[in-house]
Ligand binder design. Structure first.
Ligand code: NAD
Length: 275
């Protein structure tokens, strides 16, 4: 947290007209440790030229949405990025050049995309998380512990539900829970994951971690991790009630990253939870 005598951290919101982008503009305005430096959108977005405060449902802030990230990054100290994988990879190179703290909430990134972020993290602080809420990161620690304590005869299934506009599946948060469970068991998620079932699949294979993604309505994010044993089961559940909590977590992550040594960090580093 920035101390009161420090000047507020200058943050750029990229994807400023998106669901999370607008929420981030509000979260920055609510945090006395931060100030909005610029608001960026993709070429062709109808939001270009509009006041980013008004777009976020606030009074006008005099900062119009523009497309020029390079110019926006000059004089900034951090970037809040909840956009799309290709955009995030491009922003990471620019943010590293400018030595900005890059907070990445974008999900659906490939291994290759993440590799590029790790390269950028040699020169600047990158904080990336599939979920910036305290509750989800706490639940991931509990999932890891349960998976470590219970044997592989306890089947692990992860169910998530999100609004109808979400474009990737399973959610980044569901994959975080999968990673936590796999870590607890000392296996790799890519070997253990079963990401879809359809038709004559045969019996469940022991030790696998299953995913189911539901889409509909305006659900912000519901996740349930089920550990099903013989004759009993445990359900660990998280419900996000407001996008604001992700945005507040992202601003907190940016403030945490200021003046820290370059590296690829996660929300666990910020919350002091074991990774
Ligand atoms: P959205 O589609 O409403 O917003 C994305 C915005 O990014 C759009 O306005 C789009 O125009 C903009 N964009 C795309 N490419 C761009 C570019 N090259 N330059 C500038 N802007 C660009 O989506 P959303 O619901 O806000 O979610 C965005 C991302 O954040 C998704 O990957 C989602 O899964 C993720 N998300 C993460 C968390 C978390 O806590 N980590 C929470 C919620 C959402």
């Amino acid at each position: 947290m920035a101390s009161p005598e420090m000047s507020p951290m200058r943050l750029v919101v990229v994807g400023a007209a998106g669901r999370m982008g607008r929420t981030l503009v509000r979260a920055v305005s609510e945090n006395p440790g931060a100030i909005l430096h610029a608001a960026i959108e993709r070429e062709g977005s109808p939001a270009i030229g509009q006041d980013s405060g008004m777009l976020a449902g606030l009074p006008a802030n005099g900062i119009p949405v523009t497309t020029d990230a390079l110019e926006a990054f000059v004089g900034a100290q951090g970037v809040l990025d909840f956009t799309a994988p290709a955009a995030t990879v491009a922003f990471s190179a620019l943010a590293a050049q400018a030595r900005l703290v890059h907070v990445v909430g974008t999900t659906g990134m490939s291994e290759a995309d993440i590799g590029k972020l790790t390269l950028a993290a040699r020169h600047a602080v990158v904080v990336r998380s599939g979920n910036f809420s305290l509750g989800v990161n706490m639940l991931a620690a509990l999932v890891k512990r349960a998976a470590a304590s219970l044997g592989p005869d306890w089947d692990i299934e992860i169910i998530e539900m999100h609004h109808r506009m979400k474009v990737d599946a399973p959610s980044g948060t569901a994959l975080m829970f999968g990673e936590a469970a796999a870590n607890g068991r000392g296996v790799s998620l890519s070997n253990a994951a079963v990401r879809a079932r359809d038709g004559h699949t045969g019996a469940r294979q022991e030790g696998t971690i299953g995913f189911q993604a539901l889409r509909g309505g305006t659900v912000i994010g519901d996740h349930t991790v089920i550990l099903a044993g013989n004759g009993e089961r445990i359900e660990l559940r998280h419900i996000a009630e407001d996008r604001g909590l992700f945005a507040q977590g992202a601003v907190k992550a940016a403030l945490w990253g200021l003046n820290r040594k370059p590296g690829h960090y996660s929300m666990n580093d910020i919350l002091g939870l074991e990774s």
